[in-house]
Design a protein around this ligand. Structure first.
Ligand code: SF4
Length: 424
């Protein structure tokens, strides 16, 4: 069985390095002007060569995202951008707009074109269409089922297929949403989505019998999240995707943090390595992904109509609404260095108190280690407790930790009472 490529998002150079160090085979990134991440994206033409060099040194791949749907004003300059991007020799461009695809095929015919999820490619005829216009890979719409992926693979053997397996999903068909534009004047199709679907909305019911009486519709103590989708998690179906012959499995989240990149990459890496080693699926991986903030997970459309194949506890979980966030750990920091005295230094991301249980995750391997937090140093002063967001702190760790190891604090009841976990 061919093991699919593991493809991770990269919103900046650090996240790109972390994703690759924690097991991704490839990353995708892009400059804001033509990519669907106009904000929270630190990549520019000037720093993309460093991204390519870092990946190449490790035998990994980089795809550039050119997946916006540009208006007339952005067309004239595209050839210049294309030339500069092509000179960097990326492993492919992820594209959605037919006009830009035509220009790319005309001017850089050797540059592999991957058809973005934004095109809503949902059937084998569409996949064949994209093959005939020169695409080398199609990223299938997130609305396809596993059965449909299998049929597309059988009917289209001569093109690479990529399937999303993890991350946030839209409540609308990708690329067909105007909610953000309508509510916030920020066009999702130009890379400026403000996640309007994730907001809490106030809805009032009016009783015609009592004209002035308005009753607010509330779905949970956190508010009314009518359109806030649960997050995709298909790690338990990676084996099936490999069996189908999918070439690449993809993770969403260029705007998510470096801890998310590391934790998701290491979990899916383990799932793929287990398949390669002939091992069964390790259900511990489900818990590993709970160490990251989520809006609760489900397997999206992939398993639609196949509910009878899910274990009862999973089915119950799939049926829960997506309002409540759940996670078992808070991200505490990413190690910058450890001094000879054992103190490791990092930007503190959450409240840490003496006595907290901290789990450490290491780049390049799946193992983790635990320790109990002692006093926390800020400069030369020591404190029993410090809050996240205050900058660099030092914590004694009784074993060696490399740069880019991640620290996560186990959530206990006290934290759940005091803090509401935030999902991005
Ligand atoms: S508002 Fe929601 S559904 Fe629309 S593009 Fe943004 S994330 Fe997707």
């Amino acid at each position: 069985m061919k093991i699919p490529e593991l493809l991770l998002p990269a919103g900046n150079m650090h996240k790109l390095k972390v994703a690759l160090e924690y097991g991704a085979d490839a990353v995708y990134c892009g400059v804001p002007r033509y990519s669907l991440r106009a904000r929270e994206n630190e990549f520019r033409l000037q720093n993309l060569p460093e991204a390519i060099a870092f990946a190449r040194e490790r035998g990994k791949k980089v795809y550039f995202t050119v997946n916006g749907i540009p208006r007339n004003s952005k067309i004239a300059n595209y050839s210049r951008y294309l030339k500069e991007m092509a000179a960097l020799k990326p492993d492919g461009l992820i594209m959605a707009d037919q006009g830009l695809i035509m220009i790319t095929r005309d001017e850089c015919p050797d540059l592999p074109v991957h058809i973005s999820v934004q095109t809503n490619t949902i059937n084998y005829a569409s996949v064949e269409f994209w093959r005939r216009v020169g695409a080398t890979r199609v990223i299938l719409s997130r609305e396809v089922t596993l059965g449909e992926v299998r049929e597309i693979r059988e009917k289209c053997p001569n093109i690479e297929l990529e399937v999303f397996v993890h991350g946030s999903i839209c409540i609308a068909h990708s690329g067909r949403c105007f909610m953000s534009n309508y509510f916030g004047n920020r066009d999702a199709n130009q890379g400026a989505c403000n996640n309007a679907c994730r907001d809490s909305y106030q809805i009032f019911l009016k009783n015609p019998e009592k004209e002035d009486a308005q009753m607010e519709l509330i779905t949970s103590e956190d508010g009314t999240f009518l359109m806030n989708s649960k997050d995709l998690r298909a790690i338990e179906f990676v084996r099936e995707l490999a069996d189908i012959g999918v070439d690449s499995i993809k993770v969403e989240g260029r705007t998510k943090n470096d801890y998310y990149a590391a934790m998701v990459a290491r979990s899916y890496r383990k799932a793929l390595d287990d398949i390669a080693a002939g091992l069964p699926f390790d259900r511990q991986l489900i818990e590993e992904l709970d160490k990251v903030a989520s809006r609760k997970y489900f397997s999206g459309f992939l398993t639609r109509g196949m509910e009878d194949r899910l274990p009862p506890e999973e089915l119950e979980f799939q049926n829960q609404d997506g309002n409540t966030r759940y996670q078992s750990h808070y991200y505490a920091g990413c190690i910058k260095r450890q001094n000879a005295d054992g103190f490791a230094w990092f930007e503190l991301k959450t409240r840490v108190e003496e006595g907290d249980s901290i789990e450490v995750f290491f780049p390049g391997e799946f193992t983790s280690k635990w320790f109990t937090a002692g006093k926390i140093k800020r400069g030369s002063e020591e404190y029993p407790v410090l809050s996240g967001g205050i900058g660099e702190v030092g914590l004694y760790i009784p074993f060696s930790v490399p740069e880019n190891a991640f620290l996560a604090k186990k959530i206990v009841h006290r934290d759940l009472v005091n803090e509401v976990p935030k999902a991005k």
